[in-house]
Design a protein around this ligand. Sequence first.
Ligand SMILES: Cc1cc2nc3c(=O)[nH]c(=O)nc-3n(C[C@H](O)[C@H](O)[C@H](O)COP(=O)(O)OP(=O)(O)OC[C@H]3O[C@@H](n4cnc5c(N)ncnc54)[C@H](O)[C@@H]3O)c2cc1C
Length: 599
Amino acid sequence: RPAALGEARILERQDQLDDEYDYIIVGAGTAGLTVANRLLLTPRTVSDEVIEAGNGRNFNDPGIQYNITSVPQPDMNNRRQFVWIGCCVGGSSAINGMVAVRGTRTEYDAWAELGGPNSTWTWDGVLPYFKRAMHFTPPEERLAEAFNITWDPNAWGQDEDTKVYASFPNYQNPRLIPMYNAMAKMPRMDIPLDGAGGENGLYWYPSSLDPDTYRRSYARTGHYDEQIQRDNYHLITRQKVRKVLFECDETTAWGVEFFSRDDPEEVVSVRARKEVIISAGTVHTPQILQLSGIGPRPLLEEAGIPVNVELPGVGQNFQDHAYLSVGYTWGNGVGPPVPDIPQLGNPSSVSGPNLGAWIGLPTMTEDFEDMAARYEAQDPAQYLPEGADPTVVAGYAEFQRVHAKLLRSKNTNLMWFPLNGGAGGIVMSMHIVSHGTININVTDPEASPVVDYRALSNPTDMDIMVENIEYMRKYMASPDFAPYGPRETNPGAGVTGEALRAWIRQTYIPTNFHPIATAAKKPKELGGVVDEELRVHGTSKLRVVDGSIMPLLPGANTQQPVYMVAEKVSIPLRANLDKKGAILTLYLHQAVDFIKAAQ
Ligand SMILES: Cc1cc2nc3c(=O)[nH]c(=O)nc-3n(C[C@H](O)[C@H](O)[C@H](O)COP(=O)(O)OP(=O)(O)OC[C@H]3O[C@@H](n4cnc5c(N)ncnc54)[C@H](O)[C@@H]3O)c2cc1C
């Protein structure tokens, strides 16, 4: 793939590079491509050819993923978890499930609360960037009518220069209708006009889908392919960034050092006149920072890396969504009758679920207050890694205070229940309080980072997953379904109490591929890594822009939030531009650990 694009602006050899650029962006992924595109001054549309991708069907393509597996998880019976992230131009947006959602007003207001006084990362502060991030196209009228799909045009943008699309497939499964009707009757269930407006409940949502071709719309198609012939834009592939280089003051970024994946001896340094921006994603950003001497002192010293900036939060605070699957069958073999809706569209235009319930703990259970109070009463250090830095503990105490409020709020997406047209299915925990770590391997710092979800280490996550399963049971016991005899097959209706918890330990998946928070946007004294404008604390000319800056999980799949983050930070960056100067941007992607794995 890079070879084909090499004919345009992709560089393949290090000697094709300039000695210096204004901005160097590390990682041509979801955030990196977005920031670069927004920084460039003279867009020219030259090509709409889709070179990779295709309807989300490349989800399992090992050729464009890293090969990283977590350490064994003690509370998951020592099972390990494969860490799914994209290793290609487009990053994880090239392989994701294309669900395009945001989370709620309450959740972004919580981001602001964690950011300190006057934070602009409130719902109202991020909404304009959500609107800018994706160009929305409503569903076809016949589908909207037949399936009761509603949307709020005020919640979406349709900017001409935004080429990442949020739209609907041209087909929906009629079996979703009885599912929708049963879910709509669940106690306390809200049905907002559009989940993108910041309120939760049962709603339809778009996919990141090109509305004309029904193919994947992602950072590569939207922010790169269309802009490919810009003279001031260099992208080099098959390189792995090792570290950020500093001026003699050891805190001002000078540029980056990287090497070719084909020949690790080919090491090159390139200078950034204005800034280095790290957009390597939640798993690799902390590795690059730590290799650059920015991170927890004890870890860096153990690895023999000189400390430039002691920043205990780098690689800490790691969070991801979690899920598991609850099995059901229908007693009558087929479930409720399928409504007769003539379908003109094509089922293969559907890339992922477009319908689900996103609900808070008070919607799920009347015990929500007790659960919140129990969580709030925990000693903040109790479930953090042993020896956690006092700033990280202080940050967790603040997280705990804010999170307890989320547990009490109906407008927190604590659970996502995608509707699939069948019996049972997946339940997702969208707010996880067990904080993990992603650190360098101290015995081989340049090898794949050590990913530790610390899954279920905080008992609140187990309690919430039990509630999720109980909610599935209540839903499947809906009077609407009774005539069709739903029967729980896995774990089985009789499995409750300790047996259910044992089953969860054995089946729990600690990721929905939405890792965040390893370079969290929080004050330094609360274990934060970047400030409100995403500058790395204690440094200058160095920024992080990707999923790692999120301080707390949004109750949403993370691609749209990542686009929003990249759009929001592009505003101060643009203000920093010399309007006459060329903006030369260097991208680096493809890590050698993928190649090692392939061998
Ligand atoms: C399988 C899967 C399914 C998902 N499903 C959905 C979904 O349906 N909806 C949704 O909203 N979200 C989904 N997500 C999540 C979403 O895609 C990600 O949160 C988002 O794309 C992350 O963006 P990012 O910019 O932080 O990182 P990425 O997009 O992963 O970009 C990081 C880039 O940095 C490069 N890089 C890393 N290290 C180095 C280095 N040392 N040198 C040079 N380059 C480097 C990588 O190759 C990559 O290109 C899914 C993710 C996955 C993996």
